[in-house]
Design a protein around this ligand. Structure first.
Ligand code: NAD
Length: 261
């Protein structure tokens, strides 16, 4: 496959971890399809501009990962831009901090819709195209440290990320015969807009000062710091490359050792 004429889609790449992944894949030589919600197109343009400024190739696109047709159109954008689809990163996700006892059914369904159904629909849309092409591919989904250990007030979010681990294993089994690897990544705490929201809500719920929720719930991260999108992007660079061809069905933590804190 090689990265020099590879086409890679990254959902939720207008900001945060997705933006970091898109920039790294662009620097690695993939033609990156930078996709996010219609309301996030300023961020999409920013990501595209950053990739192009660094000498890479990128195309902006709209997608809502909860919508099958929107995902089909996104795959078409990739094929129109680069003739094929080689890598699909199902990164888009949302978080909500709420005691389980207060969690509404509507909110539970919403988080499942984006974080789990959205990953399922992304995996399926990507695999259909890759199987038709007959040349393998790399499908990669967003899990989390909370797919391995609990974290306060994030139970429904955590449930979706555990489910992504299971979905990733099943998809890997079914699509290996097509040369497609399916893996997921599990960041720890990454200083993005999502984490700011979690931190703020946790602090408010628990009467803690901003930043203290990390200490209380994350413990001492072994590597001594919260992570940045580039830490996750380093793993994605590998998972999107031929170097990871013999790895499938895995959810790999990139958490600075938070699993053991
Ligand atoms: P973020 O909120 O900064 O970015 C998420 C992006 O996803 C946004 O650009 C948003 O517009 C997009 N998005 C949301 N719903 C969408 C939809 N229906 N269709 C298309 N795009 C949609 O979050 P982040 O911190 O960059 O997180 C990225 C991924 O990593 C998420 O799946 C998240 O659950 C996971 N994660 C984050 C952390 C963390 O500490 N930040 C830790 C573990 C896992």
């Amino acid at each position: 496959m090689g990265t020099s004429n590879s086409v890679a889609v990254v959902t939720g790449s207008a900001r945060g971890i997705g933006q970091g992944i898109a920039q790294r894949l662009g620097a690695d030589g993939h033609h990156v399809i930078v996709a996010d919600l219609p309301s996030m197109q300023d961020g999409v343009n920013e990501t595209v501009a950053a990739i192009e400024k660094a000498g890479g190739k990128a195309t902006g696109a709209e997608v809502d990962v909860t919508d099958e047709e929107s995902l089909s159109r996104l795959v078409e954008v990739a094929v129109d831009a680069g003739g094929k689809l080689d890598v699909f990163v199902a990164n888009a996700g949302i978080a909500q901090v709420e005691p389980l006892i207060d969690y509404s059914k509507a909110d539970f369904e919403k988080i499942v819709d984006v974080n789990l159904t959205g990953v399922f629909l992304s995996y399926r849309a990507a695999a259909k195209q890759m199987i038709e092409q007959g040349n393998g591919g790399k499908i990669i989904g967003a899990a989390s440290i909370v797919a391995f250990r609990p974290f306060a007030l994030l139970s429904p979010y955590s449930a979706t990320k555990w489910a992504v681990r299971g979905l990733t294993q099943g998809a890997a089994m079914e699509w290996a015969k097509h040369g497609i690897t399916v893996n997921a990544y599990g960041p720890g705490i990454v200083g993005t807009a999502m984490w700011d929201l979690i931190d703020e809500k946790l602090a408010a719920e628990e009467g803690l000062a901003k930043g203290e929720a990390i200490k209380k719930y994350a413990g001492d991260i072994l590597m001594g710091r919260v992570s940045v999108p580039e830490d996750v992007a380093n793993l994605l660079s590998f998972l999107a490359s031929e170097d990871s061809d013999y790895i499938t069905g895995q959810t790999m933590l990139v958490d600075g050792g938070m699993q053991f804190s």
